[in-house]
Ligand binder design. Structure first.
Ligand SMILES: Cc1cc2nc3c(=O)[nH]c(=O)nc-3n(C[C@H](O)[C@H](O)[C@H](O)COP(=O)(O)OP(=O)(O)OC[C@H]3O[C@@H](n4cnc5c(N)ncnc54)[C@H](O)[C@@H]3O)c2cc1C
Ligand code: SF4
Length: 507
């Protein structure tokens, strides 16, 4: 059952076995598994319930409706980086690109060798990945649905001998309308609101939307519930007059890697290791654009459909992207007339994303009710961008581009491969790059040592019993690949551990 919190007209006091804060990649699979095991599960979600009935392709309106603070969350530091987050039933999965990757084996090995992770192995996670892929209909993108934008990058990469592949995505009957990050108009993208959430409802889970969790209730060393308030208004940003209290012996925080540490910090929980809110990784991203004489209509087809991983051992991968004109015009490495010129060429432009497996890190702390995010890009990651921008430009020239727009503010368009050396020689600084980041992680990292981590390997907080963090916060490092499948698999794994230990947890 999904209950619209804006329609609640009295204070609520509820009882459950498990209460979950957040309905995204972490929260929804946990709700499904626990409800299926017969637990009474209540989920509170700050965003509203939106589906294909609402997804009208108007990107600007969809961002206001489903992105936290209309997509304006930013990290500060030696550069500003936009970090968009979903605030809707299904969390960020409802507005993401649908790409699915398992956690790479080498990342799990690194956690075992350097981060004290002892019990989690790729073999143990294997059945969970398999189940996630089944439930979310994960499949490889067919070549014909890729659109010209992705096809050209694939062609260029192949000419240069770079390894690439069509991505796997959670989708069913996708028509390639190119609107994934703004709500799929036919709900072909198998985000949480069309997969795990309906499945968990079938087993009795109850969702309250427009419900903001504020306090974690504890009794002695254990979590005992949460409290908060309902929201009102079209965008659900104002508190209504009504509050809720949900008592439950098991509490799961799944508010995402920016909001989870914020909520816990405001509750003064989880400070003892010193790591809560720190170790923020974001997979900083930039895009290289190419101009082609061909009428590409890059808006047709799946925007994120192809990946070049030839340089993944250097911490660089390339993935397709495309966004409608209203969004692209505010995300170009140009000013004034430069933006106008590029937008007039909209149908001739191609764009491909660079994603960096970051060793840089940042912090989240409260600034009133908002997250204050800082992130400092280090030299190593900056140089990864220099190298990646040059490689993507070479790929586009190999595919027939007439000019390249690198995401470096002081560099003009580049009109021939011989001029790409300007990328090597420019005195690059982080604030010269046009950057964004879509994968915040790591702010409540897991580990066996309570002095060096926030949650243990069952994702239970070291500091408070029966309080679990099940979202992107728990990864000790960045993953180097898109994280949603890892979050779903870790959620399923950790929830099985809760079910196994249930009698001990509630005694
Ligand atoms: C545009 C975009 C494209 C992306 N594309 C991909 C992709 O293709 N593949 C991929 O793997 N990843 C992608 N991602 C990232 C991926 O979607 C996220 O990593 C993932 O959804 C994070 O899961 P989570 O459970 O940690 O948090 P979320 O999915 O963000 O869920 C957290 C939920 O908690 C709610 N919440 C927060 N605080 C409170 C509170 N106090 N009370 C109540 N509710 C609260 C939020 O409203 C939100 O709905 C993309 C992200 C973006 C922004
Ligand atoms: S490309 Fe496919 S999954 Fe994305 S919005 Fe269009 S139909 Fe939906």
């Amino acid at each position: 059952m999904i209950i619209d919190g804006r329609k609640i007209d009295k204070d609520l006091k509820l009882e459950a076995d498990v209460v979950i804060i957040g309905s995204g990649a972490g929260g929804a699979p946990a709700a499904y598994r626990l409800a299926k095991a017969g637990k009474k599960v209540i989920i509170v979600e700050e965003g509203g319930h939106f589906t294909k009935e609402h997804f009208n392709g108007n990107a600007y309106e969809m961002v206001k409706l489903m992105y936290r603070d209309a997509g304006s969350i930013l990290s500060l530091g030696n550069t500003g980086i936009v970090i968009p987050l979903g605030k809707t039933l299904g969390g960020t999965t409802t507005i993401n690109s649908g790409t699915m990757f398992r956690t790479p084996d080498e990342v799990i090995r690194e956690w075992q060798e350097h981060y004290g992770i002892k019990t989690i192995t790729s073999e143990k996670l294997e059945p969970y990945f398999k189940e996630v892929e089944e439930i979310t209909h994960t499949m490889e993108v067919p070549w014909e649905l890729m659109g010209r934008n992705n096809q050209l990058f694939a062609i260029g990469a192949e000419k240069l001998g770079f390894h690439g592949f069509t991505l796997k995505r959670n989708m069913k009957n996708c028509e390639g309308s190119g609107l994934c990050p703004f709500g799929c108009p036919i709900d072909a993208k198998q985000a949480m609101h069309v997969t795990y959430i309906p499945l968990s409802e079938q087993s009795g889970a109850t969702y309250y939307t427009y419900a903001h969790a504020e306090k974690i209730i504890t009794k002695g060393p254990k979590a005992a519930g949460i409290s908060g308030y309902f929201l009102k208004g079209k965008y659900g940003v104002e508190p209504s007059n009504y509050k809720f209290e949900i008592n439950a012996p098991v509490v799961i925080v799944a508010a995402g890697a920016i909001l989870t540490p914020l909520l816990l910090q405001k509750n003064k929980i989880g400070k003892s290791s010193g790591w809560l809110g720190k170790n923020l990784r974001i997979h900083p991203a930039a895009k290289v654009m190419g101009y082609f004489e061909e009428n590409l209509e890059s808006w047709k087809g799946i925007p994120q459909a192809y990946c070049v991983d030839e340089f993944s051992n250097e911490g660089i991968i390339f993935e397709g992207f495309w966004i409608p004109p209203s969004m692209l015009s505010i995300a170009l490495p140009a000013f004034g007339k430069g933006i106008k010129k590029m937008m007039l060429d909209y149908n001739h432009l191609a764009g491909f994303g660079i994603m960096v497996h970051d060793s840089s890190s940042g912090k989240v702390k409260p600034f009133g009710n908002a997250p204050f995010i800082t992130y400092k890009m280090n030299k190593e990651d900056l140089e990864k961008f220099r190298r990646a921008i040059k490689i993507a430009s070479e790929v586009y020239f190999a595919a027939g581009a007439k000019k390249i727009y690198p995401p470096i503010f002081s560099l003009e368009e580049i009109t021939s491969p011989s001029k790409l050396s300007s990328i090597d020689t420019i005195k690059l600084k982080p604030d010269m790059l046009e950057l964004s980041a879509f994968h915040p992680m790591g702010t409540a990292k897991m580990g066996s040592d309570p002095k060096d981590s926030v949650v243990d390997e069952n994702l239970e907080m070291h500091e408070v019993n029966n309080l679990f963090i099940i979202d992107a916060s728990i990864f000790p490092t960045s993953l180097g690949v898109n994280p949603q499948e890892s979050i779903m698999a870790f959620s399923s794994y950790a929830t099985d551990k809760i079910i196994e230990r249930w009698d001990k947890l509630v005694k």
